[in-house]
Design a protein around this ligand. Sequence first.
Ligand SMILES: [Zn+2]
Ligand SMILES: [Zn+2]
Length: 409
Amino acid sequence: MSAPAPRPPRTARMPDFIGGATDPDGVLAALRLAVFGVGSVGRNIAIHLARLMPRELILVDPGHYKDESLLTQPIAPVDVGQPKATNTGALCREISPATEVISFQAGLQDVDRAILADCDYVFLSTDNLLAEVEAARVATALGRPLIQASVHGDSLTAQVRVFTNRDGEGSCLLCAFGSDEWRHLDVQTRFRCTPAEPVGTGAHVVGPATFSVSPLCAMAADMAVLQMLRMTLGLGGSVGDSLVEYNAYGSRTVVSGLRRNPDCPADHVVWHVMDAPRALDECSLAELARSAGVAPERQARAAVTVGAPSGTQRYFASALCRCGNPESVSRFAAGDPRPTVCSACGGVATPNRFESYDPVPLEVVHAVAERPLAGIVDTPATWVLVRDGDRATMFRDPASRGPTDDADD
Ligand SMILES: [Zn+2]
Ligand SMILES: [Zn+2]
């Protein structure tokens, strides 16, 4: 493949924003952005973002473009049948060769949290409730602004919700979930957990088809990206937490505030993201708990979650053998753990799911809490979360990219 032709600089069409940031060019150049769902709304968002030429663009979608996608999505017939994430990623890369475009043809639950921890903004444009819940949890925990764009085709309404997720005190996406949403989610979750499609093996519930028209989908995307531009360049008044709703029947726009629901069942704790004291694989869980500032008398009660490139790892305490011997495992595994040889009869012992944990209290892992992580995980850990009551600290490998909270201070 030949090298792409040089692109014009961002400033060639940059307006002289009234009352905005002094260096909009520099601000946009530094942005790291993620888009979950690149269908009828999200592909428009991704293309807009590519034209801003940000530093990094992460695209996540498990789906493929279908014939019907031609009706609502900015694709050509040649794109039908292609994976949405990689196809959109290739287009964004062509528009902005200087941007690092990372495409995941996967569900959000399979994307490494350590990568998402660096994002400045997370866009959500999927009708899939499970993906919405996951996106809300990730954005709230990592303290990243979440911008959700959606459409209601029947009433020609485009909606954009902005959740700033600054401190866990504001509204999260799940604050507004009613009993209908929770009931649908329950159905989806049960469906997803059927034996034919076990969790964590690439099973994804595909959201309902979007019944809408192309301009309404584009409108929602346009509004979402404009809200991000306002926030990041300081244009106009404060944006979040807010809902902007455009109704085409009456050509009306309504803006309303989003409030925290005190009964929201979601965790609103914002994780403190920092580098591990040395290579993550060399650190022990006890050492990380100490680095997180967990008081010695509370260490046993603190809980840890060990991350993997795809999701999290489960701690297996023991395995059961047909001979009746309970075999110790004491390892973390993403998915099914390695088989264990029974020390009594030499047979294969099956890891005991009834003695497995995610997250796991440190008192349960005390036997291996002082050992380096490399010796107790099946898959190299990409991050570790230490949770002590309402305090949560996410450790990343110091060699991984991006500034941490510490570097920002
Ligand atoms: Zn909430
Ligand atoms: Zn045995």
